[in-house]
Write a protein that binds this ligand. Structure first.
Ligand SMILES: [Zn+2]
Length: 325
């Protein structure tokens, strides 16, 4: 368990190992979890366990493992969303149909990875459903998804679901200390604390000072909203009135904080300090209102509404929600 992406994944990994050992690994696996949680890495890990030529699988150094790591294994087919609408349609899954009945080249299996599987349209989902209902012995499907509920119930009922959850803060901290020793203890603690258990987020927080600043500012904005401090809210939003991408990142972070607060209230999830504070102060309805405002801000930007105007609208909407909470 040396690689960082396996942090927090002991249990799913044990499940996969047990499946392989008993020869009963499902032919269709669904890996779900948010962006940066390590779905891609985890799917490669599964494949390496199945193709590795050494005893201690996956060794990471044999020819098979290397090909997987370099994305050049001839028996691995990666399907991605395509086109303007970023969907996976019948055209995108055509390579699967073309190869499913052909013997593997190199390994004992062919692997079909459907990335962002929730983006499959219903035609693609039905086509995949047919294939996973009666898969050839040598075919394994790995679906990855940030929002698996968007998949058809019939597809969901046919796959083995593996949820990749957040890692413990301490685990992330220990990893960062070991691998990012250039950073101070203070910086590492801060990154781990704000990562929401997402190792990808923790690393980019650590590496990207600007990102850290935006995160701090978004926490300020999130608090200013509930404190009803219009002047401070105006000030902290105003800082971003000339940088569209950064403003979008800021509001995305605010949305993330309110989503956490929402889940804390609705499902008693573990969360960051700021989100906890919000969840103690606002109703579910008010939190959802703020999340909607974040979305409307993004919509406004994508419709080319001026940034200052969009920020002002965001500010007013948030203030109104707090007044009527
Ligand atoms: Zn190997």
């Amino acid at each position: 368990m040396s690689s960082f992406e396996l942090i927090g994944k002991k249990e799913p990994l044990e499940n996969i190992k047990a499946g392989i050992a008993s020869g009963r690994l499902s032919h269709a696996v669904l890996l779900s979890g948010e962006k940066g949680v390590g779905k891609k890495f985890f799917s490669k890990h599964i494949i390496k366990m199945l193709v590795c030529q050494n005893k201690n699988k996956p060794c990471g150094i044999c020819a098979q493992c290397q090909k997987i790591d370099k994305d050049i294994h001839p028996d691995v087919f990666n399907i991605f969303p395509a086109g303007k609408s970023e969907t996976i349609g019948v055209k995108e899954i055509a390579p699967i149909k073309a190869s499913i009945n052909i013997k593997p080249n190199d390994a004992d299996f062919k692997f079909f990875i459907i990335n962002e599987a929730e983006r499959m349209n219903k035609y693609a989902q039905n086509a995949i459903l047919k294939m996973i209902e009666e898969p050839p012995e040598d075919s394994i499907f790995i679906l990855t998804s940030q929002n698996s509920q968007a998949l058809l119930a019939t597809v969901l009922s046919r796959v083995t679901k593996i949820a990749l959850g957040p890692a413990e803060k301490e685990e992330i901290e220990a990893f960062l200390k070991k691998n990012y020793s250039d950073f101070s203890n203070e910086e590492i603690k801060e990154a781990a604390k704000n990562s929401g258990g997402n190792i990808g987020t923790a690393i980019s927080l650590l590496q990207n000072e600007q990102e850290r600043e935006i995160l701090k500012d978004s926490q300020t904005v999130a608090i200013n909203i509930i404190e009803k401090d219009r002047a401070l809210l105006n000030l902290s939003l105003g800082k971003y009135s000339k940088q569209k991408t950064l403003a979008q990142n800021l509001v995305n972070n605010v949305k993330q904080i309110y989503r956490e607060a929402y889940f804390a209230l609705a499902e008693k999830d573990s969360i960051t300090e700021v989100a906890l504070k919000i969840s103690q102060r606002l109703s579910l309805k008010a939190i959802l209102g703020i999340i909607d405002s974040c979305d409307r801000f993004s919509e406004n930007l994508s419709r080319n509404v001026g940034l200052s105007l969009a920020l002002t609208a965001f500010e007013i909407e948030c203030a109104n929600i707090i007044d009527n909470k």
